[in-house]
Design a protein around this ligand. Structure first.
Ligand SMILES: NC(=O)c1ccc[n+]([C@@H]2O[C@H](COP(=O)([O-])OP(=O)(O)OC[C@H]3O[C@@H](n4cnc5c(N)ncnc54)[C@H](OP(=O)(O)O)[C@@H]3O)[C@@H](O)[C@H]2O)c1
Length: 181
């Protein structure tokens, strides 16, 4: 268990399931504080009941830039400082490119790529204002290797890699350190 002075505050997107939820649970368990974002309401009700003041939950739809900004605003307003921002939310899309509908393609790019860019753009000024912080972008081997029927997912992963300025073989989650002012 962390003592209060060593506890960190995290902002984690996509905390309702999978990796985001697992991180949220484990960090709360060790005494850290979490600003979690979810799309579906009440998915963290059990954790909210258990950890009460150490967990704040906001709604976020990465496809909606206004929702991205509002959610980041709410998280930073709730916590005095956020030490680590984990950009984790995304979803997979399976299907050959010519078989997918226009709407499926547009949503995949809007959520996984544009939404991620807008989320990071929204958090960076706040991290600078507080004097620093870390951004962890959860990524996938899908930016480096190719599977059949995953071309749209691979497309956004390559976008992530270029966004990070990554050149060689990178790790799944790349950490950026902001210069302190
Ligand atoms: N699973 C894998 O094999 C794998 C492998 C490599 C990398 N990854 C990466 O790991 C990360 C987490 O994946 P996972 O497997 O844990 O996924 P997951 O269980 O499906 O969880 C995805 C999370 O993203 C959220 N999300 C989806 N669409 C969203 C939107 N439009 N706006 C906001 N949030 C949205 C979901 O929210 P709701 O549930 O509330 O809709 C959910 O909390 C992703 O970035 C993924 O690319 C996964």
């Amino acid at each position: 268990m962390n003592d209060e002075s060593r506890a960190k505050t995290w902002l984690i997107t996509g905390a309702s399931s999978g990796l985001g939820r697992a991180m949220t649970e484990q960090l709360l368990e060790r005494g850290d504080r979490i600003a979690a974002t979810v799309q579906r309401e009440d998915t963290l009700a059990d954790l909210q009941q258990r950890y009460r003041e150490n967990l704040s939950v906001t709604r976020l739809d990465l496809a909606d830039t206004a929702s991205v900004r509002a959610s980041v605003e709410e998280a930073f307003a709730h916590w005095e400082r956020i030490d680590v921002v984990v950009s984790n939310a995304a979803y997979g899309l399976v299907g050959a490119a010519e078989e997918l509908t226009d709407a499926q393609i547009e949503r995949q790019i809007a959520v996984n790529l544009t939404g991620t860019i807008q989320f990071i753009r929204a958090v960076l000024p706040r991290l600078r204002r507080q004097g620093g912080g870390r951004v962890v972008q959860v990524s996938s081997e899908g930016g480096q290797v190719v599977y059949p029927a995953f071309s749209l997912y691979h497309g956004h992963q390559v976008g992530h890699r270029r966004l990070r300025g990554e050149r060689g073989e990178g790790s799944g989650a790349l950490r950026h350190r902001l210069p302190h002012r």
